[in-house]
Write a protein that binds this ligand. Sequence first.
Ligand SMILES: [Zn+2]
Length: 501
Amino acid sequence: MKLLWGDLHNHCGITYGFGSLENALEAAKEQLDFCAIIGHAMWPDMPKRSAELEFLVDFHLEGFAKLRTNWESVRETIKEWNVPGQFVTLQGYEIHSSEFGDHHILSPSDEIPLVTAESPAKLVAALAPYQVIAVPHHVGYTPGYRGMNWDAFSEHISPVVEVFSKHGCSMSDSSPYAYLHTMGPRDSRNTIVHAIQRGKRFGFAGSTDHHAGYPGSYGDGRVAVLAAEKTREAVWEALLARRTYAITGDKIACHFTVNGAIFGSEVKDIGSRQLQLEVTACDGIEKITIFKNGKPWALANGTSSISPITSVPAKGKYKVRVELGWGDNEQGYEWQANAHLDSGKIISIETCFRGRSVLAPTPGMRENPNMNALGNKLISSTETGAQWSCTTFKNATTLHPQTAALIFEIEGDSSSVLTVEANGSTFAYSIGELLTGSRSVHMKPHNSEAILFHRAVPVSEYVFNGEWTDTEKEHDVDAYHVEIKQWNGQFAWISPVFVIA
Ligand SMILES: [Zn+2]
């Protein structure tokens, strides 16, 4: 089994989002293994059109009509991009519902018709001849106000639930990434931990819900699945088995079992529960929380990012993040960059590319099919270097980055030197210097785009192995899930293992 990374919920210009479908698939393929581009299709209980709601109602109706007109060609393009072993696509579309909460349906069938229904359950029923699931998303909104209706939840049609996206984090009412969109705040009655406490069984997914055709846009939500191979059938099997977890952006590799049963599964209680967790993170691990039935049950604290690491090995493995962006360019600043490592070896490179930050249409916003053609690409990589291009934007707010980054995993020692050449300027720092802290450099004298060499993170800070034993049965079904928090605020939420008495 291998970990595959994806986005199951991304929007573009096929409905009321922006950017072309082809550019969206191109962007997805650059840093994901699988994706589903979702068209908005219906809102059976949409509010009535009024002077105040004119814009809202009109853009929805126009978007739904656009998808209907182009459904055959959208489906065909998504089918063509599915190449076993290389890149996997799934078919799907979305139903908004004030009463039941928004859901997107997913299917491995290239034949699914575009039909309308009064509710997500009725939509799945109408598509009974096909393999279909319905994924509830942004579940934390107010009940009846497009938040999830957990009374109507069925694990048979919804094996996984989206717990994080551009809307924010739905895990609990005290989780980071509060809901700030125009749709309103989150409500504790609708959160994931509350649903777990009510005995609901499902796996976790993260996905962007990005509306400008950039699946997997870094920091907006992604999903990991543990699948036998990179094919549509294997990804589908993993979704049905709930072998999934949500990540915010960084590809935090996790393995979590209870009595040998992998995340998402159900296992018979044998009296004692042996929990095992292995994590390879992308930054220092700040905290790991094991939840039992939605409540924190065990904690493992890493080193704080604020206090200096006390014993830094002078030789070994390190992760160094090189982040590009800042400046005041709202139209996009293009980077051509390469990196070179002296006396050491680059073991892996992870890209953290983002799309433009768009969550919904706003008055005056115009469709431009190329708005998601950003040229974000890892052009080449070897054991000693890499070449890439990317486009970054002025940060959306001072609390919302629009940067791009590469994470280099390096085997070397304190004398290994990482040199980055970007748009004609050259900067070089040794691992020894970066172990003491970050270094920032600028491209221009004022309001400048900048490069941040993050502090080098030694392997002891980004790898964790832990074991716990629990002998207390609390309910007939006890659910164990895991939250991993990195220094940089990136998270992983691992699907529960359900222990059945
Ligand atoms: Zn959506």
